[in-house]
Ligand binder design. Sequence first.
Ligand SMILES: [Zn+2]
Length: 307
Amino acid sequence: MSFSITILGSGAALPTGRRNPTSQYIFCNNRHILIDCGEGTQMQLRKYGIPFQRISHIFISHLHGDHFFGLPGLLSTMNLLGRNRGVTIYGPAQLKDILKQLFECGGQKLMFKLNFIPTSTDGEQILFEDRLIKITSFPLKHRIPTTGFRIQEKQKEYRLNPDAIEKDHVPIEFFHRLKKGESPTNEQGKILNFTKYTFPPKPSLSYSYCSDTAYFEDLIPFIEKSTLLYHEATFLEKESDRAKLTFHSTAKEAAIIAKKADVNHLVLGHLSSRYNEQDSHLSEAQIEFEKTTIAEDGLKIDLLKIN
Ligand SMILES: [Zn+2]
């Protein structure tokens, strides 16, 4: 089981040599996921050695260019390299036509299937679910319709207690049900209570992503108790007027959201290019929420290590 995020772009609308526009790669239980795809994302994927042909789910938060202008380029490169495995894109409804038109204008036919799932800003929406994980979207407060995303591991299996099992000679055919938290009856009619033969499951990890958004307490129920929260912090408090005007957040506001949502750890990103250093973002946030990290391009965070 693995669950990590790699920041591919930590900057805001204006790219700099140090900070690319927004994109993140998430590796979760053998799923390869991309969230947002700012300009130059395919180069960042190469730079950080991420096997981008394995990416099969791409989530786009909103249609500001710094969050999706890299998507046509990435899909085009996947095509040129002979991809035949489909890609599913989750994003605002207009994105489907935008991509279609772009490829049609250039006479480029994608040789793989592009599935499209439109997102909605009407509350929480389940976008993807399998045996191990669930991915949901939820509304943010920005100038155009924008959603955040949460990747949540489902409850894991109970762990067998080898000593208890050996002592009572529990046959192997019951292990499967015990691990699921069931209490089967053996051939002698005795109930094998799973609490006696197992340890509790390991904690389920979750990652929540909030970019871009004004300070918005309504999003708290959707991100509550996340192992890791990424929240944009385009500005510092001294530019709070500008933050309000542009529907962005300050470092302090992001940290208050992290505190109120009772998350384990916070990573701040989408930093405006007006700031040459990031110490002020960190110190401003840590007054409210100690366990804060500032995103850097290439930063990898393993959720198992911060849990
Ligand atoms: Zn935006």
